[in-house]
Write a protein that binds this ligand. Structure first.
Ligand code: ADP
Length: 758
């Protein structure tokens, strides 16, 4: 016999499946599960009908079929829920359902046909029902959790909608098992309503706002109550007239009725406005908001301020707690650069480049309207969005994006977070945001142009500064060049003149025949000193030219800094004694051995020491301090030697230049009165050579001084940092170094990674 539930079920669920398949096929998430569920949902009615047929005799009893169908329905429903809402735990659910089915089968086999006293149920049906309750409760709990943890209101709305539809489905599943005939028949229609809800939710990613619908319903209810009260009051008043006033009473009633008729519509509108404003919290004075907004942002020429002002005003109206302005730059290759500028609240994302075919940007260009994060997450048009880009938008943690359009592409995007009330954005609000974004376009264009100009200006200023300092340096170097001629000729000519002069004297005196032995010794001594000086200057020039071509040959041997210093000091001790200067040496004994070119390092240290003597007044103090820079030991370590004096000091602007060849502070024609005389001039080659040698060891040499002052003597401190082993030396090369190995200077200097200041 064909029953009503059968027709209803087959027609209803079948129609739903057909609508679904015609609309979307099985493509949407969980599509095949929905079709499976719809088929399963129609089965109980079918089974019930079939059992009435004569040929069904001998087939499984009705309650066993219902039990199994119940398990299958709930399994599918649960999986569909997990799929459609993107919840995790599908596998767990499937396993639990499988266990439930096995238990059911075991009970069916062990206790066939056992009927429990409770409502004439078989043991199998009882197990199925108990499981149904347990599993339904679990599913609902999972939905409640998903609702509470939903980040965006539209996600929460989807969960809420799904929960309501699911509840109806569950009730529709349970009711056919009831012994009450009416309740059993209600199962199919209720289940159909629930299934319609689920089908709608799977087909459409944007669902109608359940909470908004509820709120509006309440709004209408309140308006109706208010208007009804007023009408009732009027009617009460009229009845008062009617009982007391005879013919005037009829007139009075007519008047009240007319008044009520006139007042009905305005009263309804008024109550609706009041409820919208004070109960539902909707702002209707949009014109005022637009005026406030354009006034507030019109004058702003700074992008950061613009973001703060725009988001600030919007947040006042829509009670948004977070917001930002994403600055969009269209790059030459068609890609986009998005730079988030904070407006309010945290901004967790950095700048991001999006490809020209980014679905989101294309969406903005096509619709020129707002886009919801919910659409990006679930919208069918964004299914193919690149996962990385999807994550970026997701991590911005915003709710809505409103493009600020340029001519064809957005120049900015107003990104707004969820509303404080937890509600989703209403269509009217999205429209309002679109209008506000339109107003922001001009202000944003101006601000960006102004920002670009300001940046350009800063860049030009920076370039100017660079140009100025390069110019100054070029001038100084130019000066050095011309000084070189003066210095070289002066430094070479002085001893040369001496040689020539003494030779002339020697010859003249010899001709006269009056040359005594003492005179020969004296003139010979002077000649020797002059030619020594000549040799020194020429050697220095050769050394410095070697550094230039990175060809200074190094002979590294194992030595100690203490020995090197002793050699350097030994030669200069007479000069220090003559100048009554005191020298203190601390911390050098006990420093680890190092690999160094003994002669070159002695030369470098003696150059620095010579300068300390030369630029420190008589009676001044010179100190040498040594220390190990790292206590770890091993080839990576460094030692530092600081040569400090109480001399005239060095102006900060000269502190790098003095390491340039031929550079000397002051007048280059200043006459040299001797290598160690106070403020005696030299060829300006001592420090470039010293630095060249130190760098050839992989070390660093620099000076620190508060400034030049020949009255107060602020002093200077030359820092020499040397690695215990030059970096260019490989471990394999070590044994041969014991006897001294040659390496070109440049290699070590390039690999240098010594600590210190340059
Ligand atoms: P010079 O042969 O002229 O001494 P250097 O290269 O050794 O050439 O030094 C360059 C310049 O650096 C010196 O002319 C001097 O002005 C300055 N200078 C070097 N050492 C010191 C120091 N200890 N105190 C003050 N000025 C110094």
């Amino acid at each position: 016999m064909v029953t009503v539930p059968l027709v209803g079920a087959i027609f209803g669920f079948g129609a739903l499946a057909a609508v679904f398949l015609l609309n979307r096929g099985l493509a949407p998430r969980g599509g095949w599960l929905l079709v499976a569920y719809l088929l399963l949902a129609s089965c109980p009615a079918l089974a019930e009908t079939l059992q009435g047929q004569a040929w069904w005799v001998g087939m499984p009893p009705p309650q066993s079929i219902s039990s199994i169908l119940l398990v299958l329905q709930l399994t599918t429903l649960g999986l569909l829920t997990f799929f459609s809402l993107g919840l995790s735990g599908r596998l767990g659910w499937l396993t639990a359902c499988a266990i439930w089915l096995v238990v059911l089968a075991v009970v069916g086999l062990l206790l066939p046909g056992v009927v429990l006293p409770l409502g004439q149920m078989t043991a199998m049906l009882a197990v199925a029902l108990a499981g149904w309750m347990l599993f339904s409760a679990g599913l609902l709990l999972a939905l409640i959790y998903a609702y509470l943890t939903a980040r965006l209101p539209l996600h929460a709305n989807r969960v809420l909608f799904w929960t309501l539809a699911l509840l109806l489905c569950l009730v529709g599943q349970a009711l056919p098992l009831s012994t009450d005939a009416l309740a059993a028949h209600l199962g199919v229609p209720i289940g159909l309503v629930g299934a319609t809800g689920l089908t709608y939710a799977v087909l459409r990613h944007r669902l109608f706002d359940v909470r908004d619908a509820l709120r509006r319903g309440i709004g209408y209810l309140l308006s109706t109550i208010i208007v009804a009260c007023v009408v009732l009051m009027g009617l009460l008043l009229a009845s008062q007239f009617l009982t007391t006033g005879g013919s005037s009473g009829v007139l009075g009633v007519a008047l009240v009725a007319l008044l009520l008729a006139f007042m009905f519509q305005p009263l309804w509108n008024f109550s609706q406005r009041m409820i919208q404003r004070y109960v539902l919290g909707e702002r209707s004075d949009q014109a005022m908001l637009l005026r406030d907004y354009s006034q507030a942002i019109g004058e702003i020429l700074d992008v950061e301020q613009l973001a703060t002002a725009a988001v600030g005003i919007i947040s006042e109206v829509l009670e948004v707690r977070r917001g930002a302005l994403l600055l969009v730059t269209l790059l030459e290759d068609g890609d986009f650069r998005l730079r988030p500028v904070r407006g309010m609240g945290q901004l967790p994302q950095d700048e991001r480049y999006l490809r020209s075919d980014s679905l989101v940007m294309q969406g903005f260009c096509e619709t020129r309207g707002p886009l919801l994060q919910y659409d990006i997450d679930l919208g069918p048009s964004f299914h193919a969005l690149e996962p990385e880009e999807r994550d970026w938008w997701h991590n911005l943690a915003m709710d809505v994006y409103v493009p600020i359009m340029g001519r064809e592409v957005p120049i900015g995007i107003l990104a707004l977070g969820p509303k404080g009330s937890g509600e989703s954005y209403r269509p009217t609000e999205l429209e309002l945001l679109g209008t506000l974004a339109g107003q922001t376009a001009v202000a944003l264009k101006n601000a960006r142009m102004f920002g670009d100009l300001r940046q350009l200006n800063t860049e030009v200023n920076g370039l100017n500064e660079d140009l100025k300092s390069t110019n100054e340096r070029l001038q100084q170097l130019d000066q050095v060049k011309s000084d070189f001629i003066t210095i070289a000729s002066h430094e070479l000519r002085t001893p040369l003149t001496q040689v020539k002069g003494y030779t002339d004297i020697l010859l003249a005196m010899n001709e006269e025949g009056g040359l005594s032995r003492n005179q020969v010794t004296e003139i010979g001594g002077s000649l020797s000193r002059a030619s020594d000086r000549l040799e020194q200057v020429i050697n220095a020039m050769l050394d410095v030219s070697q550094i230039d071509v990175q060809g200074m040959a190094m002979h590294f041997i194992e030595t100690s800094i203490d020995t090197v210093l002793r050699f350097a000091i030994e030669k200069l001790a007479p000069a220090m004694r003559e100048r009554k200067q005191t020298l203190t040496v601390r911390g050098v004994i006990g420093l680890p051995v190092l690999y160094a070119d003994f002669q070159r390092l002695t030369q470098a240290l003696s150059n620095v020491l010579t300068n300390a003597i030369k630029f420190t007044p008589d009676g001044g103090k010179i100190s040498i301090t040594g220390q190990q820079l790292s206590a770890r030991g091993g080839p990576g370590d460094f030692i530092e030697v600081v040569v400090a004096d109480t001399g005239v000091g060095i102006d900060p602007k000269d502190q790098e230049l003095i390491f340039e060849k031929f550079y000397r502070v002051g007048n280059p024609t200043f006459h040299s009165t001797g290598a160690t005389k106070f403020m005696g001039a030299g060829p300006g080659l001592g420090l470039p050579i010293a630095r060249g040698v130190v760098e050839a060891h992989g070390g660093r040499l620099w000076v620190e001084s508060s400034g030049y002052d020949p009255q107060t003597y602020p002093g200077s401190a030359f820092h020499i940092v040397l690695p215990l082993r030059p970096p260019a030396m490989s471990a394999e090369a070590m044994p041969s170094l014991e006897s001294g190995a040659s390496r070109p200077a440049g290699a070590a200097a390039v690999a240098a990674g010594a600590p210190g200041r340059r």
